[in-house]
Write a protein that binds this ligand. Structure first.
Ligand code: ARG
Length: 577
């Protein structure tokens, strides 16, 4: 594909014309070009605020003057002013470029290279061993998974890390509760049983202080490397990982490293000694802390308790140093709920004090709470039933798949491999519901909303992809680069092209802002534009093979963008459903 047929080519051509009329540098005009929120306004828009300031004129006047001065000629079909914006309507060269790019880039459409040479560590999922994966764990797991894929698509080298919670005083309760059991007996249990023991131990400790002391002593033995404690702890870890892996497999989640908090244990004593020696950490009432008041953080970062125990923050500092040494990252993203913001602020500040250059690249990527609708009680809950039972991720996935299976039986009873498709649709529905809004917003999950075929939901997007695939199954021909895209003149066709044009930018923006919702939003827009087109215009059998060829190329664009976008979010793209 030649340079002139790239999308950048049309943007450039538009920028040249504006630059000449407005007397600004071409690159400046090109960088300022935006996509109007509603493609009906135009394909590109040039905001006139900067120019207005320089000319001491109102922006709408500047826009109107420019629109009056510029003449329509290829690739521009028309210039118009809308408030402070100069809107640009492009001719069919836009469709030629966009659809040409889709054909040429195929599975890479939506990708980019701005991340080339940059390494990013994404720390996500990170459940605690000894407890089952609760429904709310989907947030860290699937936002993280989407970011890994999106950043990779934009050229970054990405290292996905699962920072398992497998260390800390709380495991003392578990060990205490398991006293007298053999590792083999522990291995025969499941995580739910382990968790029950842990909860019971915690409850008893509230009433009997002796239990707490015993738990503390049990963890101390583990820290000292006592072989019996170690074997029991390892058995708990194995039981947990066995279950976690089953869920990760279902969600299509893989990590480059599963290095839990315990992994950093040998590095903690030297780290603390170093911090103390350099005067960064000081002793206060027997505890080792870093005073952060100079950083505007009122609460000091506690790194070692007076009883000698290290903390979550201690292990995070050690982990970051290890990752910088091992992976040489420019950036590290940490996916956790907003409740942990102070924790990250604190230990990021500690690492900055240590003088590491990479400390500036540490980013906490927080997200809001997940509410689930309790159908029996008719109320929204924070993932706990009235009786206090935690809703598990696996049971939500199972139920969603069951309902997807029922919907398929109703809509398409003859579908081959219906169970496999139901798994893709059911799991995808839960995942998409979590990714469709800005991550810091609270998420509400209700089966009937998440499983919609006609709303802002995963099945809706998957179904649009299925339709596009179905057209090709019936077409008996594939997409052809030679198709005459000037035949895609209908507003519904133009609207599809406009959304396909925006897709790679949506991916780039998602990477920049660590917001998968931009990809989800783009997929919904493409699906809606495609459904509209499909209802108004027949693709096959209209009589004119030239029109059919052009429309098939458009449908191919939809198919590729949806497939790629679903993949970036961690959803499957079935071809039939
Ligand atoms: N295990 C922690 C939790 O369940 C999340 C860990 C996040 N990652 C990190 N490096 N702190 O809350």
């Amino acid at each position: 594909m030649t340079e002139a047929t790239k999308v950048a080519g049309v943007r450039r051509a538009v920028a040249e014309r504006i630059a000449a009329a407005a007397h600004v540098p071409i690159t400046e005009a090109e960088e300022a070009l935006e996509y109007p929120p509603d493609p009906a306004f135009g394909d590109l828009a040039f905001p006139c605020f900067g120019l207005a300031k320089a000319r001491r004129a109102p922006p709408p006047k500047v826009a109107a003057d420019l629109a009056g001065a510029l003449v329509a000629s290829p690739p521009v079909e028309g210039w118009s002013a809308a408030g402070p914006y100069l809107n640009v309507r492009l001719d069919s060269s836009l469709a030629r470029e966009v659809l040409g790019n889709v054909l040429a880039e195929d599975a890479c459409y939506g990708g980019g290279s701005e991340g080339a040479g940059k390494t990013v560590v994404v720390d996500y999922s990170a459940p605690n061993i000894g407890k089952p994966i609760a429904f709310h764990h989907i947030r860290s797991t699937m936002i993280g998974n989407a970011l890994v894929r999106i950043l990779r698509a934009r050229g970054h080298r990405v290292v996905g890390v699962n920072h398992l919670g497998d260390w800390g005083t709380q495991f003392g309760y578990l060990l205490e509760a398991l006293a007298g059991k053999t590792p083999a007996e522990v291995r025969a249990k499941n995580v739910r049983e382990l968790s029950a023991l842990y909860v019971a131990g915690n409850e008893r400790a509230k009433k009997e202080p002796a239990v707490e002391d015993a738990a503390r002593a049990a963890f101390a033995r583990l820290e000292r490397g006592d072989p019996g404690s170690r074997a029991l702890w390892e058995a708990c870890r194995d039981v947990s990982l066995r279950e976690f892996d089953r869920i990760y497999r279902r969600l299509g989640v893989t990590f480059e490293a599963t290095t839990g908090e315990s992994f950093y244990e040998p590095r903690l004593a030297p780290l603390l000694a170093d911090l103390e020696r350099r005067g960064i950490a000081t002793t206060s009432q027997g505890a080792l802390v870093v005073d952060l008041s100079a950083d505007g953080i009122a609460t000091p970062c506690l790194l070692r308790k007076s009883d000698g125990a290290t903390l979550y923050a201690t292990r995070d500092v050690a982990a970051a140093i290890y990752r910088a040494e091992t992976y040489g990252m420019e950036q590290a993203l940490y996916l956790t709920d907003q409740g942990q913001s102070l924790h990250f602020k604190q230990w990021f500040a500690v690492v900055r004090r240590m003088g590491f250059g990479w400390a500036a690249g540490l980013v906490h990527v927080p997200f809001g709470v997940l509410l689930i609708y309790d159908e029996a009680e008719k109320e929204w809950t924070r993932g706990k039933t009235r009786s206090g039972r935690v809703v598990l991720l696996e049971e939500v996935l199972d139920e969603s798949v069951r309902r997807a299976r029922a919907l398929i039986a109703e809509k398409n009873p003859a579908l081959p491999a219906a169970d496999a498709v139901a798994e893709q649709v059911g799991v995808g529905a839960v995942v998409f519901n979590d990714l469709k809004n800005r991550r810091e917003k609270e998420v509400r999950f209700r089966f009937e909303d998440a499983l919609r075929f006609d709303g802002d939901a995963g099945p809706y997007v998957q179904n649009a992809h299925v339709r596009a695939c179905g057209i090709f199954r019936n077409a008996g021909r594939g997409p052809e680069a030679s198709a005459d895209v000037s035949l895609l003149a209908e507003p519904e066709a133009r609207a599809v092209v406009a959304q396909l044009l925006r897709f790679p930018d949506a991916v780039a923006r998602a990477a920049r802002e660590a917001e998968p919702c931009h990809v989800a939003g783009s997929l919904l827009e493409i699906s809606t534009a495609f459904h509209r087109f499909y209802h108004e215009h027949r693709v096959l059998g209209g009589g004119d093979p030239r029109v059919e060829g052009a429309r098939l190329l458009l449908v191919h664009g939809v198919r590729v963008a949806l497939r790629n976008g679903l993949g970036l979010l961690g959803l499957a793209a079935p071809e039939e459903m």
